[in-house]
Design a protein around this ligand. Structure first.
Ligand code: FES
Ligand SMILES: [Fe+2]
Length: 313
């Protein structure tokens, strides 16, 4: 499986021993990228440039015409490994060679996934969408962190939620999770009783949600793209459900054509407002329950940002 994280080509490979390891997706000979996309490998990882062959543990096994190269040792050229954590089927790779342990701040994250999305290991990616947005990534995370705007700015989407339950979110020091219920008044999907509506914000810039109506996970990641701009990548994963395939089609339509477009218009407008001389800062609006339908999650995200900036201990 390959990915680009902060412009760095990265891959994760499951070895014959079952362990998943992450490496920079870069050949140690001339730097060609090794793998593309995702799939299964039989023999090992073969570089498409000069056919150096690495095993699934990142060891260089063979390099052509090196038998009589003086002092050439394959052991000098292993792939560069990266720290990797799997939390309930989600793979997290860290570009910091000496990262803080995942459990420091996200220890209970895994427990919030499979608890609601049992079949997560069998989910398939049904869409991968990309957006160039004229707003800072933090403005996009702000927007994803609160449900205060939902009844106003997402009138169609809001009929899918039960807005009456103001449950507080659960948060660890580096992620925030909320749970509410679906609402059968959304006419385009077949909804079961109390289907969950879930959301996560993981510091710094991973936002996820699961909408009622099908077993799904929608992951949004924002990469900075210059001042006041970001690139958003959205991956939509669903449990194969032939019985309710219409729900998946509707989910994609609702998210890609309506919901996310509405949010992009909001954050681009906010970015213009933040750049204006006519704005400084506003109040947080949080109800006493600290529910997600207030701005309590936004407040949590701002605390993380201020901690990262060293402005609060
Ligand atoms: S760059 Fe990979 S074998 Fe040459
Ligand atoms: Fe929104």
């Amino acid at each position: 499986m390959t990915e680009t994280i902060a412009d760095q080509p990265v891959m994760a490979v499951r070895g014959r021993d079952g362990e998943v390891r992450a490496f920079y997706n870069v050949c140690q000979h001339r730097g060609h990228e090794l793998l593309k996309g995702r799939g299964k490998l039989k023999v090992g990882i073969t570089c498409p440039y000069h056919a150096s062959l690495y095993d699934f543990e990142g060891k260089l096994k063979t390099a052509r015409m090196t038998d009589d190269a003086p002092d050439f040792r394959t052991s000098d050229f292993p792939l560069r490994r990266l720290p990797l954590v799997i939390a309930d089927g989600l793979v997290f790779v860290n570009l910091d060679p000496d990262p803080h342990p995942f459990d420091d701040g996200c220890g209970s994250f895994g427990g919030t996934i499979r608890k609601h999305l049992e079949g997560i290991d069998g989910y398939q990616r049904v869409a991968s969408l990309e957006y160039d947005i004229a707003a800072d990534w933090k403005v996009v995370v702000d927007n994803s962190s609160e449900g205060y705007h939902i009844p106003i700015a997402h009138p169609r989407l809001s009929t899918l939620y039960d807005m009456s339950g103001g449950k507080p979110g659960h948060h660890d020091s580096l992620f925030n999770h909320f749970q509410n219920s679906g609402h059968a008044s959304y006419v385009h999907m077949t909804l079961g009783e109390k289907e969950p509506y879930l959301g996560w914000t993981v510091w710094p810039k991973l936002c996820m949600l699961s909408l009622p109506g099908s077993r799904n996970l929608i992951a949004l990641r924002m990469d900075p793209d210059g001042q006041g701009r970001c690139h958003e990548r959205v991956d939509v994963y669903c449990e194969p459900d032939p019985g309710h395939s219409g729900n998946v089609d509707e989910l994609l339509k609702l998210f890609a054509k309506i919901f996310n477009q509405e949010d992009i218009a909001l954050v681009e407008s906010v970015q213009r407002g933040l750049s204006s001389d006519g704005y400084d800062q506003g109040r947080y609006i949080a109800d006493r329950a600290g529910s997600w339908f207030s701005e309590s999650g936004l407040h949590v995200f701002h605390k993380w940002a201020l901690e990262a900036l060293g402005e609060i201990a």
